[in-house]
Design a protein around this ligand. Structure first.
Ligand code: HEC
Ligand code: HEC
Ligand code: HEC
Length: 443
């Protein structure tokens, strides 16, 4: 829902406003207006993260997805009858979103997260359709054709993939309706497993790139951490002690999903997009429901020891002893923001001590954040933007390896070291250096 700027010039106007403030708040989510409801479902489903190109008209598509055999592009899903979906029936729309079937009957690539969207309820599907038909501006722009050479461009293997790996809508809907401890947790499970498609990034994938588990009912692989996306590792969202959310409270999770920051860490990479396009728009009730559901997911590595803060590294740095590998680099380049005790100045500069991102088995995120920097834009509920500088030109692969090894070892993090060869290998796929979302020349 759009917020209007009120300028109450008169006492009467102010009185009217006070009166309004006492009327029950109509949340878009529970609203009777199907366009507003559909808008909310589109936000909860993050449709714009993939279908809106930065700076381009909403939902006009054209975002490239690189697959091993070539690139595909997200579709124009505005109601333009020729280039978009304006001529589609509701049944055709629902079949594309929940089953991955295009209007001509061929299959969509699962870059479109239909295996999760199979869980979207009929009433939310209807609201989505109404929103895309009536609440979105038509844009007459053709979706670029996929640049995948024949015979790999044939879509029929995708329908085989779908038959094997994507859930039938009926069984997905039954799973959504399994028993939960209370209605809020049930709502959270629906949002996380369905529209939110958190598992598309946070669950591990098999050889055919299928998600190994699509819901909390499918075992502890669900949301146990995924493969790097654009160089950033989606961490475990389960109760894993060092690499997951075991030390995050319900409020920590809610703060992170609504603002991209909290006392534990800050979002970067694809998660920032998921927050900016998606979760920041959700009601506090829905965010709490999601957090409560996540807190029910037991650890995927129950044997991992708990993290405890170890003051030794901070004590060494504070008495001028920087002999540990990478310690000197840390003091010179990082401690101003992240502090010698590794606790940062949350939520402006995130703590590195006890941060699951730092202790991950895969060092990809760390190398890329140090190499290319990271920028967290403001959100509606937290307008200030924070930037971590890019060190790719300043530090050699050996130095990046050393400083990353230091933050992985210090403060009780105790994660294994990283060598220069690993850094050099990861640098080949480094994301562009960022400043406030815009690539900047490194210096
Ligand atoms: C993670 C990225 C991603 C998200 C999120 C996403 N899509 Fe897609 N979508 C795609 C891609 C990529 C394609 C094209 C796939 C292909 O060519 O096989 C696509 C295709 C489609 C199509 C088929 C259009 C056609 O012309 O065949 C529809 C309809 C669609 N998406 C609607 C939606 C809606 C509605 C949402 C939100 C509920 C959504 N998408 C969210 C990536 C995404
Ligand atoms: C496009 C991929 C993508 C999607 C979709 C996505 N995430 Fe993430 N998420 C990531 C990445 C990458 C990280 C690691 C970077 C960071 O910490 O911000 C992450 C980190 C997180 C973290 C912080 C973990 C930590 O230890 O710092 C939370 C919490 C989280 N995601 C929750 C969610 C939820 C809930 C959803 C679904 C609503 C979701 N994510 C959807 C990619 C994604
Ligand atoms: C000017 C302040 C500043 C300096 C100096 C700085 N950082 Fe950061 N760092 C940040 C900010 C701000 C973020 C959050 C960025 C985001 O989320 O997009 C961040 C994020 C990180 C993260 C990801 C953790 C998380 O939860 O988001 C790591 C790892 C990191 N920094 C390591 C380092 C290392 C190593 C150095 C030194 C080589 C360094 N930083 C220097 C400000 C700084």
């Amino acid at each position: 829902m759009k917020h209007r700027a009120f300028r109450p010039a008169t006492i009467l106007g102010t009185a009217a406003l006070l009166l309004l403030a006492h009327l029950p708040q109509a949340h878009a989510e529970g609203s009777d207006n199907p366009v507003a409801r559909g808008h909310y479902v589109a936000d909860a489903s993050d449709c714009s993260a993939c279908h809106t190109v930065k700076g381009g008209p909403p939902f006009a598509g054209g975002m490239a997805f690189k697959l091993p055999m070539g690139s595909i592009y997200s579709s124009n899903i505005t109601p333009d009858p020729t280039h978009g979906i304006g001529a589609w029936s509701e049944a055709e729309f629902a079949r594309a979103v929940r089953e991955g079937v295009r209007r001509d009957g061929t299959s969509l690539y699962p870059a479109m997260p239909f295996p999760s969207y199979a869980r979207i309820s009929d009433s939310d599907m209807h609201a989505l359709y109404v929103y895309f038909m009536k609440g979105v501006q038509p844009v007459a722009r053709a979706t670029p054709a996929a640049d995948i050479p024949w015979p790999l461009s044939m879509r029929w293997p995708m329908s085989v993939w779908k038959t094997v790996f994507a859930p039938a809508v009926q069984s997905a809907q039954q799973d959504v309706n399994r028993p939960f401890p209370d209605p809020a947790i049930a709502r959270g499970a629906y949002l996380v497993e369905g529209p939110g498609h958190c598992g598309a990034c946070h669950s591990p994938r098999g050889l055919a790139l299928q998600e190994k588990a699509l819901s909390g009912s499918a075992g502890t692989l669900f949301l146990s951490g995924g493969a790097p996306i654009d160089g950033f590792v989606p961490t475990s969202l389960r109760q894993d002690r060092r690499t997951g959310l075991a030390s995050w409270s319900e409020d920590d999770i809610v703060a992170f999903l609504s603002t991209g920051r909290n006392r534990k860490g800050e979002s970067f990479g694809g998660m920032t997009n998921a927050i900016v396009h998606g979760t920041q728009h959700l009601t506090p009730e829905d965010l709490h429901a999601m957090a409560r559901y996540l807190l029910t997911l037991g650890p995927s590595h129950p044997a991992a020891p708990a993290w405890h803060y170890d003051p030794a590294a901070a004590a060494e740095l504070q008495r001028g002893d920087a002999t540990a590998r990478g310690a000197r680099l840390y003091v010179d380049h990082c401690a101003a923001c992240h502090r010698t005790d590794g606790k940062g100045y949350a939520p402006v500069f995130p703590p590195l001590a006890g941060n699951p991102v730092i202790m991950s088995d895969q060092p990809d995120s760390l190398v890329h954040v140090v190499q290319s920097g990271a920028a967290l834009p403001g959100t509606a509920r937290a307008p200030s933007a924070f930037v971590m500088p890019a060190y790719g030109r300043m530090l050699s692969p050996q130095q990046i390896a050393d400083v990353v090894t230091f933050i992985r070892a210090a403060w009780g993090n105790n994660a294994p070291p990283v060598d220069a060869a690993t850094v050099a290998e990861l640098q080949k796929s480094a994301p562009p250096p960022v400043l406030d979302g815009k690539p900047v020349p490194l210096n």
